[in-house]
Structures are given as C-alpha cells and as structure tokens.
Design a protein around this ligand. Structure first.
Ligand SMILES: [Zn+2]
Length: 212
C-alpha cells in the first residue's frame, strides 16, 4: 500500500491569497517549571493551504462545510496531468477522454511545481478552470473537482467558475500538491475540519494505491 500525502504544510510560509491573514499558531502555555503542558492557539483563514470550499462560500443560504457528504469526499479519483495549459478550458477536459462514470477528478498542472519549489509568494498566473470548464464538469456528472493552487477559477474570472460548481453541488478542493503524482486512478480521502457554519475548511487529503 502506498499513501501519498497531497496536502501542503500549513505554516507561516504557505502562499496565501492577497489580503488573507494566513495561519498563525500562538503559544498559550509553555511546558516549563510552572506548566505541565504545551498549548497553542490556531488563528487561521479557512481557505489556507489545502482546503475545501463549501457552497456558502459563494451562495446565499448555501450548505456549510460540516454538511458536505463524506461519500463524495472519499472514493475513487482520477488524477489527470495537464502540463502544458495556462488555463483549463472545457476542450482540455474533453481531451482527457475520462470514463463516463468518473466522479472525482484531480487536475495536476504546472502549479504543483510551485509547491515543490516551496514558492511562498502568491502567484496570479496560476492555472485554473474557465467557467466553460466548470459547466463541462457539471454536465459530465463529476461530483468533486480538485485543483493544485488556491482557487478553482482563474484569477480574472474566479467568481463565475466557483458559482457554477457550487450551485450544482460539486465539491471543490483547492491547494492540492500533485507534484510527482502519476496520472492514474487512486483511492482518495479528503477530510475538511468539521467547522460548524463555516464556508470552507482546511483539509488533509491523501491518495492510496494498493496494487503495488
Ligand atoms: Zn477556497
């Protein structure tokens, strides 16, 4: 069994969306002569690093993160590699010739090289989906889409892409590190924190291969 951790390390160096406060751990207790334990507080943007968007991120009265179905967050996923594209359009997804029963699709692009190189600055020129690609995903019956940078939509047109997916109930996983991950099928597990009422949450995401 091979387990591949496709979540990114959450620390002060993780690249963050412009204006985000990112993530900070504060010590509230230090183990010393007076305290019996260490204790930290977490101060965190819910969209930091590897995370899941809930429908309420973009939709009035949309479902919140703890309401998302685990049956969709866990199951067989296809990793596809799109090394050459600068944006992902419907045609690029069409060309993947996915099996018609594909339910979960994770897209590896040149973005993953940014994680591998530990680039800490936010990059506006990341690869993401156009709104016609989002429509294609909905038409195809895909229930979960994962991308390897901080937004499923391009920097210039991210609202439409998010709305199309979230309105259709497609679960959006962002900030995956798919560097060096082969394009094939895996078992996929993604568990966002059960934050009551939140419109997103950091998640641990892994791939499993059993046939080695
Ligand atoms: Zn997000």
């Amino acid at each position: 069994v091979r387990i591949i951790d496709i979540s990114v390390p959450l620390g002060p160096n993780v690249p963050i969306w412009p204006g985000s406060r990112g993530i900070r751990l504060h010590w509230s207790k230090r183990l010393d002569a007076w305290y019996e334990c260490n204790n930290t507080y977490l101060n965190c943007d819910t969209h930091v690093g590897t995370h899941v968007d809930a429908p309420s991120h973009f939709l009035v009265n949309g479902a919140t993160i703890e309401q998302l179905p685990l049956e969709v967050l866990i199951g067989t996923a296809v990793v596809a590699y799109l090394p050459k594209v600068g944006v992902i359009a419907a045609r690029d997804l069409e060309d993947l010739e996915l099996a018609p029963d594909t339910e979960r699709l994770l897209l590896r692009t040149r973005n993953s090289e940014l994680w591998a190189a530990e680039i800490t600055e936010f990059r506006e020129d990341y690869v993401a989906l156009t709104s016609d690609a989002a429509q294609w995903i909905v038409r195809q019956g895909i229930r979960l889409i994962g991308v390897d940078y901080l937004s499923v939509g391009t920097y210039g047109d991210r609202v439409a892409t998010h709305r199309i997916l979230l309105e259709a109930g497609v679960i959006v996983v962002e900030g995956l590190n798919l560097y060096d991950v082969q394009a094939q099928e895996y078992e996929f597990i993604c568990l966002p924190l059960k934050l009551v009422g939140a419109e997103g949450a950091p998640a641990r995401a892994i791939l499993i291969r059993r046939d080695l």
